[in-house]
Design a protein around this ligand. Sequence first.
Ligand code: FRU
Length: 500
Amino acid sequence: MTTSCVNKSLFACSLIVLSAFAAAQNSYREPYRPQVHFSPREHWTNDPNGLVLFHGEYHLFFQFNPVGSDWGHMSWGHAISTDLLHWNELPVAIAEKDGEMVFTGSVVIDSKNTSGFCVPGKECLVAIYTGHRQSPQRQTQNVAYSVDDGRTWTRYTGNPVLDLQMADFRDPSVSWDTEERRWRMTVSLPTEHKISFYASPDLKKWTHLSDFGPAGDVDGAWECPDLVRIPVESGPADLWALKVGLNPGAPQGGSGEQYFLGRFDGQRFVASAARGSHGWTNYGKDDYCAISFNGLPQGEKPVLIGWMNNWQYAEQLPTSPWRGQMSLPRRLSLVRDETGLAIKQEPVTAPLRTEHTVIRQTPTGELKSTQESPFELDLQFGQPSEQNFGIRLYTDDQHWTEIGFDRSKREFYMDRTKSGRAITADFLTRTTAPLAESRPYDLKVIVDRSSIEAYAQNGTIAMTNLVFARSDKSRLSLFSQSGKPVAVTGDIWRLRTIWK
Ligand code: FRU
């Protein structure tokens, strides 16, 4: 019997037990609740924070309002996983304190106790985050540490560790620089459209190294930078990607993320002038503030997770009792081919695959009459003869999402204007990405209750969009401009839920 039954009548007690049971049954089963993407049990989340693999656990910290489903009281929520997919939500890691909110940042493994925060002889975790104060607004960089695998955190008494007396100075991304043997911070000056690099021997004293920017797209604030070294699939040297969030003003509308490919020499980042060295990590509307994991084994591809949302309508999402969800984890590599350079993204889904259907050519183009979400669809189209072709996911005869290639417009696109519920006018969109004629016409689509993630052309295009459809079941049908069947091979997998 639950302790809350003490001193209560049998009737009252049975009600308590029954409602607790119902809550447990309902949890992660609400309408629109993602089944393969992380979302908090309840309340608001935005950016992922402090992604780190430590002692066999992947940690996902996230911007979190512990008391409501709107943005506010920003603190770090916390979840852990052993496979990047099944997440176990833990209590709040770092809470708002004395009027200072805990904004986005990162976590590093201090394996040599450079900070002096660890128990001697034992590596520990150190978080570097932006402390945000309102009226007057002031943002500074701060440090907290954990000596119990991220379960509890202590703020450094010498905070802030970096204070430029500025209103906008945020989102530190910190990593160990293996060549320079010191810590490196990549941090944003949002209104100046600059990314600053700093170095430190101990995570407490920081020295300015250089600035990058303004460059590329500067129509909104620059936020959530990340500097990632990415292995090149074919070619000798690795390249660096500097990823910068832009909000508002992204080409798709609202928030988006551009990247610059280039070299980092320990002091400064220099963008390459090669074709393809400036692009968007996601051409959909709903992937923002993605960051990479610290602590991955050497030689492994970087893994990125983003916030699957857009500031244009994030506070209007029709979900309850939570609001906000993360993208799937994606492994990054670089492609260098005749079209130029491109970041390739491969979402992690394989461990969830079940109920496999092999796709065969059909005269009508219909691939499956009913497919329940969540599912993954992998299609390889032959060399196309059609100008416009692709797939429609119908939830009924009047509602569908179209994902396709339009060669005459040189576009890959996703059209969600007829998908279902429109949250705001900004939600009714057809998002596009430049198409490369010489790259393969393939398509991976992951449908999960309220989102569609698409990856095309060998993963060089990622496009993520939220969709609030009327049903969790879709009819999958190919289309082409001429109406003739399109040659295709592929697979459909139903995906297992990550919530047990
Ligand atoms: C981006 C952002 C960050 C900031 C955080 C606050 O979504 O504005 O720049 O640290 O959200 O929640």
